[in-house]
Each structure stands twice: as structure tokens, then as C-alpha cells.
Design a protein. Structure first.
Length: 512
């Protein structure tokens, strides 16, 4: 059985051939995300990569397999950045891929050769835990943030979304890597059939139990939301005019809040009374507050901010959220004095945007005081931000985004899919409004609400969004899956160190 599973690995005698195989194996899981959205592939996509790392003859080769596979994965899930960053995306993929080098070592340590049943059982916990630690480290905003977390590929699978409400996207990643590891044991290690089957059964039973018995949010009425997507319009003033026209088309339809996309307004309202008056008049015409997004300089403050600003019938209400987590290279360049050359090889930010300092809840007067928690752009990828908003009392999450630079890529669909996961994790519905698509709304279980506004057109859509009461286990308990993974790895490291010390002491005693 093991021979049949590893035959293709043995055929990679050339280091170049093996390196190419590692890159391809690492890239394969990207197909589980939108736009292909082959969610089921995630449960088998890591198998070639795992087989490759376990077959490495040396630790150095295993680390290289992990590095190249990680680089392939990073390049695949971010390939749409190539037109903007050009060759620099290759540099970033190579640097971030290094995070998987220790994971490759871990895979070899646990699965190389003919592992004992004990090692096989341990691998079902430790290999997923190692993967999760990599996801945690690369989720740091200064390393690019948590785009392409493996668990996020399950955004359209209801049982997986139920699991997300218990342990967040981290629990889903653990489950997926555990299934992949069990499959490798099943096909490549004959003596591991019992722990492999047991591992698969635990995953299946656990997922089923969560689907059947996990708590669910309680219905708490609805709110009617309008999402405005101008579409591809040349120039900021034309975009604002288009947004106004689409918003006016919602008059008389009972909307209680109208949401515009990221950078929908190009001037600070306190510095532009005329623009503030236009938006206030628009709010009166429609009978709803407007949540716009300003990309401009604030009065009395240096630099440019991206800010969610609430506008009511009397003008700006004073509720404003300044984006806290910025897109590396898109909105600022880390260590600009060292990496500033990136502006010469791609479309990197010519100046750094300014950061906000705190998250904000906005009460919507036209919606009976409904508390809205705004996020801007790729902040919807960070589970801790939406969890914090829900913990603080948000009843509706709103992400204002723009992926117009990547209009014909996989990015818009993948970005919109994150709203489903954040909604399921927090039991709070989420509206994802963009300038050019994809705009979408998801209910408190992560279920789609109404139709999506795709990238092929602009428009305005009305959604009757279900609200929910109660607090999800993930909001209450936090990132317990992450802490469990770190504990497991720490225990393994200590046990391995003690064993090595004992062997060294025993060997020294025999040599006396």
C-alpha cells in the first residue's frame, strides 16, 4: 500500500523536479477558494504535499519541501496581485513560504519511514497544529494578513459554518488538515490504518455533532439594508454622482440604512460642507442614514485616512471609524526606507495611509438605534476584529470594500466570501458593499441573503437582513483552537527534548 502511494515521489530524483512538484503541491489548495470554489478539494489537496515532505531523505530536504510548498501556496492564493506588484510578488511568496519550512520538518519527524502507531496518532494532532501555527504567524497584518486561511474555503458549507461558530476559522483549518493527514496515513502507512480511520471518524462525528447540537442564534427581527455599487466609473466625482443616483432609486422602498463601498467619497466632509450637504439631502430623500467611506485628509490631522462615516438627514452624525489595519504595499509600504523600491516595479502605495486607533460602534437613528460595526476592506479577513465588534454589542457587521484594481481576478469573489464566515463566527449578519463587486449579504448563520451584485455591473440592491440575539461560543470563548494547537506543539517540543536528553545521558553512561 505504501509503495503505491509513494511511487510518484520516488520518480522525482532530480532536485529541480522535486522542487517543481513541491511548488505545484503547495498551490493545489488554492482551487478550494473562490473563484473555483472547489471546497471539497481542501480535504484532499494537502495529501501530495504531505507525501512529499514525509518522503524527504534529510531534514534539510523536508524543510525545503515545506518552504517551496508554502511559496507555491502563497503565490497561488495571491496570484491576482501579479499585475500590481509584478516581480515583487515572487519575493513576497518566497519570504512567506519560509514559514512552512518548520512544518515540513514536523511532517517528516512524525511520518517518515514506517512510523509507530503512537507517532501516527500524534501526527493527527500535531501536523494540523503546526499548520495552524503557520496560519497564525502569517495572519499578522504586517506580513499580509489572514488572506487564504484554509478554513475560509468552507464559507458555503453549512456544517462547517456551524463549526466556525464554535471555534472560528481556526477550528475549520484544524479539521481540514487533520483529514488530509489521516488520508496520508491511510494510503501510505499500512500499520496506521486503525488510527487513521479513528481520526477520520472523530472528524466526521465531531462535525456531525456540531451540526446537530451546537447552539444556534435566536431570531431578533429584520432590518432593511440598501447596498449601492456604482460599478466601473471613471473619476471620483462621476462615481459619487452614480452613487447618488443609485441611492435615490431606493426612495420609497423602506430601507433603513444605505451602505456605500470603500473610497466612495474622495473628500473629508468636515472640510467640504457642500459634499456634506449633498449627502444629508440624499439621506432625507431616501429616508435612511448613509454609511459612506471617505478616502481623504481629515481636518486638522496629517496624512490620509480611510474612514467609515455615518451621514443622517442633518448631516454627518459625528460617528466615524478610521481603518486600523492597512493593506501592505497597497496602502503603505513596510520599512519604506528599505522596501520603497517596490513603487518602481509595481503599483505600490506612493505614500502611507494613516491608521485608526480603535474600533467603533455606530447607532443608526433611521433603524431604531441599530448598532452597526464597520470594517474597511481586508479587515473582514481578520476574525478578531469582527469578534470584538460582536462582543461589544454590534447587531450588524458592515464591510466597505473596493477590489476594482483586481476586477477580472479571483479576488472579488474570495473577498465577498469572507463575510459569510465572519457572520457565522459571530452570529451577526454581515453586509459586504463594494464599488465594483462582489457585493453580498449573509445572515447570522452565514447563509446568503438575497442575490449578489457581481463584477459585471453596477446597481443598488435591497436586502431584508435577519438579525439575531445571543452570543456565539466563538465570541464567548475566543481562539481556544489556537491555544490548544500551541499547547500541543509545546508539549511535543518538551517531550522530544526530554527524550533526546535521556538518550544523550544513556549514551554517555554506556561509553564510560
Amino acid at each position: 500500500m505504501r509503495e503505491s502511494a509513494d511511487w510518484w515521489v520516488k520518480g522525482l530524483a532530480s532536485p529541480w523536479g522535486r522542487g517543481a512538484a513541491a511548488l505545484a503541491a503547495g498551490a493545489l489548495p488554492a482551487l478550494a477558494f473562490p473563484a473555483p470554489a472547489l471546497w471539497w478539494l481542501a480535504y484532499v489537496a494537502l495529501v501530495p504535499w504531505l507525501l512529499l515532505a514525509r518522503s524527504a531523505r534529510t531534514n534539510r530536504r523536508a524543510a525545503l519541501d515545506g518552504w517551496l510548498g508554502g511559496a507555491g501556496f502563497m503565490l497561488a492564493v495571491h496570484h491576482w496581485l501579479l499585475p500590481s506588484l509584478h516581480v515583487f510578488i515572487l519575493v513576497l511568496a518566497a519570504l512567506l513560504g519560509l514559514l512552512w519550512a518548520p512544518w515540513g520538518l514536523l511532517v517528516r519527524a512524525l511520518l517518515h519511514g514506517t512510523p509507530t502507531a503512537r507517532r501516527c496518532a500524534a501526527s493527527l494532532v500535531l501536523v494540523p497544529s503546526g499548520w495552524l501555527l503557520v496560519e497564525l504567524v502569517r495572519s499578522w497584518e504586517y506580513l499580509g494578513g489572514p488572506w487564504g486561511l484554509l478554513g475560509a474555503s468552507q464559507w458555503q458549507v453549512p456544517p462547517a459554518l456551524r463549526l466556525a461558530s464554535i471555534g472560528g476559522v481556526w477550528l475549520l483549518s484544524l479539521l481540514i488538515v487533520a483529514v488530509n493527514t489521516a488520508l496520508v496515513l491511510l494510503v501510505a502507512v499500512p500499520r496506521a490504518r486503525v488510527p487513521a480511520v479513528a481520526g477520520l471518524l472523530v472528524c466526521a462525528v465531531g462535525g456531525t455533532a456540531a451540526w446537530l447540537w451546537a447552539p444556534v442564534p435566536r431570531a431578533a427581527g429584520t432590518v432593511r439594508i440598501g447596498a449601492v455599487q456604482p460599478g466601473e466609473v471613471a473619476g471620483a466625482d462621476a462615481r459619487i454622482a452614480r452613487g447618488e443616483a443609485l441611492t435615490r432609486s431606493l426612495a420609497g422602498r423602506g430601507v433603513q440604512l444605505v451602505v456605500w463601498g470603500e473610497s466612495s467619497v474622495n473628500r473629508d466632509l468636515t472640510r467640504s460642507p457642500a459634499m456634506a450637504a449633498r449627502l444629508a439631502a440624499l439621506s432625507r430623500d431616501v429616508g435612511a442614514d448613509l454609511l459612506v467611506n471617505v478616502d481623504g485628509r481629515h481636518a486638522g490631522q496629517p496624512g490620509i485616512y480611510k474612514s467609515s462615516v455615518l451621514v443622517g438627514p442633518q448631516g454627518a452624525t459625528g460617528d466615524r471609524y478610521d481603518k486600523m489595519r492597512l493593506v501592505p504595499f497597497g496602502e503603505y509600504i513596510p520599512l519604506r526606507s528599505v522596501l520603497g523600491w517596490a513603487t518602481h516595479v509595481g503599483k505600490a502605495a506612493d505614500q502611507n495611509r494613516m491608521r485608526g486607533t480603535r474600533q467603533v460602534l455606530m447607532p443608526i437613528g433611521s433603524a431604531g438605534g441599530l448598532r452597526v460595526g464597520p470594517l474597511v476592506c481586508f479587515e473582514s479577513a481578520f476574525p478578531d476584529m469582527s469578534r470584538r465588534l460582536a462582543h461589544d454589542g454590534a447587531q450588524l457587521l458592515v464591510a466597505q470594500s473596493s477590489t476594482s484594481t483586481f476586477q477580472d481576478s479571483w479576488a472579488p469573489a474570495q473577498h465577498a466570501s469572507l463575510a459569510a464566515l465572519r457572520a457565522a463566527e459571530t452570529w451577526r449578519p454581515m453586509t459586504h458593499a463594494t464599488l465594483t463587486g462582489v457585493s453580498a449579504v449573509y445572515g447570522p448563520r452565514g447563509e446568503p441573503v438575497g442575490g449578489r451584485l457581481g463584477t459585471e455591473r453596477g446597481g443598488a440592491a435591497v436586502y431584508d437582513v435577519p438579525l439575531a440575539a445571543g452570543t456565539s461560543p466563538y465570541v464567548r470563548l475566543g481562539d481556544w483552537a489556537l491555544y490548544g494547537a500551541i499547547l500541543a506543539l509545546g508539549t511535543y517540543a518538551v517531550a522530544a527534548g526530554v527524550l533526546r536528553l535521556r538518550r544523550g545521558t544513556y549514551g554517555a553512561g554506556r561509553n564510560r
